[in-house]
Design a protein around this ligand. Structure first.
Ligand SMILES: [Zn+2]
Length: 396
């Protein structure tokens, strides 16, 4: 559905095109004794009238007829194509812009404008490869280069072509002096480093992580991948420290980090070591109890008493959960019974969680069961955060 502002924008486009057209019409009449055919301008006014009346269908009908009958009104075609695209009628927009591109005698700028319009149509239609090709060609137009590179970057992120995204990002950075606020470049290097890590190519992973750190020194993601790399490479001391640094840097990642640290200690058969690590973490981050409880629910490896105590507290603090599991009488039971009951509850909550969402985008509300560094809904980076509400996803 087109929004009101899209409609207004399209209306303004038409108004601008109309003024340009009327100006040209009257302007030419001044120079030329032969007046141009008046019906076109009457149609224009009629079309505008419908637009003002918010009768977009009839306005489109009039403008489409004009575009067919008057070969000279290039701007009408652009405005019409753009209006169709904004209304979601991308096929018609594509047809119009393809026709414009096929016209003989276009000057360089008109050709670029038509190419840009067609690229936007393809992007709206989800025809990413076609859009990518056109935006790539538009790099040759200084007028459209920045916009084309930005769109190209968006496409490369969607197709996860990280090598090309790095090159395009560098090209864009040379063109504008705007700072990389969200650390895109570091994310691109981290994506590649994660691939190298999965392929057990540690030297390449290290090299990519150095580049990520150079692009964004405080990138929490590169800290996390560095920790994973240290764990994979058997350097457990470094891994332990790096996980802690990542947790300090971004406490919201604690539910993601804890299962990794639990396994690190589990591999060394050192449950007490994990308890001490967790104690120190909670002393530094007293508000992280819910994150610890979520980690317990998400992964049974996080089962030391300190962690289970956080799960108990989490249940008691949630009115519905507390009622369901009768938290008050659970607290009265002997320790071993309580532990066994908590383990059963943990299993049930894990199944409940698997049916809901574990992360939610702060920008668009997109819900996801796993952590994603770029929101698939709105394409923002680092916008997902843990969701503490359990159960089926009710959206928003
Ligand atoms: Zn989002």
């Amino acid at each position: 559905m087109p929004t009101e502002s899209a409609f207004l924008f399209a209306g303004l486009l038409f108004l601008a095109a109309a003024l340009g057209y009327l100006f040209a019409w009257f302007g030419e009449r001044d120079r030329d004794d032969e007046p141009r055919a008046a019906p076109v301008s009457r149609d224009y006014l009629k079309g505008l009238h419908y637009l003002v009346d918010e009768d977009a269908d009839r306005a489109l009908e009039v403008f489409a007829r004009m575009a067919e009958s008057d070969e000279d009104t290039l701007e009408i075609h652009f405005a019409l194509g753009s209006l169709f695209r904004k209304r979601g009628e991308v096929d018609r927009a594509i047809r119009i812009h393809q026709n414009v591109m096929a016209r003989p005698g276009l000057d360089r700028l008109q050709k670029g404008q038509a190419q840009l319009a067609l690229a936007e149509d393809y992007l709206s239609a989800g025809l990413l490869d076609r859009a990518e090709k056109l935006y790539s060609q538009l790099r040759d137009y200084p007028e459209f280069r920045e916009r084309a590179l930005k769109r190209l970057l968006g496409i490369l992120e969607r197709t996860q072509d990280w090598e090309a995204a790095i090159k395009t990002h560098e090209e864009l950075a040379r063109l504008t002096d705007r700072r990389d606020e969200v650390g895109r470049l570091a994310h691109y290097y981290c994506e590649l480093a994660e691939q190298a890590l999965a392929a057990a190519d540690w030297p390449r992973a290290r090299q990519l992580l150095r580049k990520a750190a150079a692009a964004r020194p405080r990138s929490v993601r590169s800290l996390l991948v560095r920790a994973d790399l240290a764990r994979e490479a058997g350097d457990w001391r470094d891994a332990r420290k790096l996980y802690r640094r990542a947790a300090d840097e971004a406490p919201w990642l604690i539910s993601e980090i804890l299962p990794r640290v639990a396994r690190l200690y589990q591999d060394r058969d050192d449950a007490d070591g994990f308890s001490r690590w967790l104690d120190r973490l909670l002393a530094a981050h007293p508000d992280a109890g819910d994150d610890v409880a979520l980690a317990v629910i998400a992964d049974e490896a996080v089962a030391v008493p300190e962690a289970m105590a956080q799960l108990s507290r989490f249940i008691a603090a949630d009115p519905i959960l507390a009622m369901l599991v009768d938290a008050a009488s659970l607290a009265q039971r002997p320790a071993d019974e309580r532990t066994a009951a908590l383990q059963r509850i943990r299993g049930a909550l894990a199944r409940l969680r698997a049916r809901g969402v574990a992360y939610r985008c702060r920008n668009c509300g997109y819900g996801s069961l796993s952590l994603q560094w770029q929101c698939p809904g709105c394409r923002q980076w680092e916008s997902l955060r843990p969701e503490f509400r359990l159960g089926p996803d009710a959206g928003g």
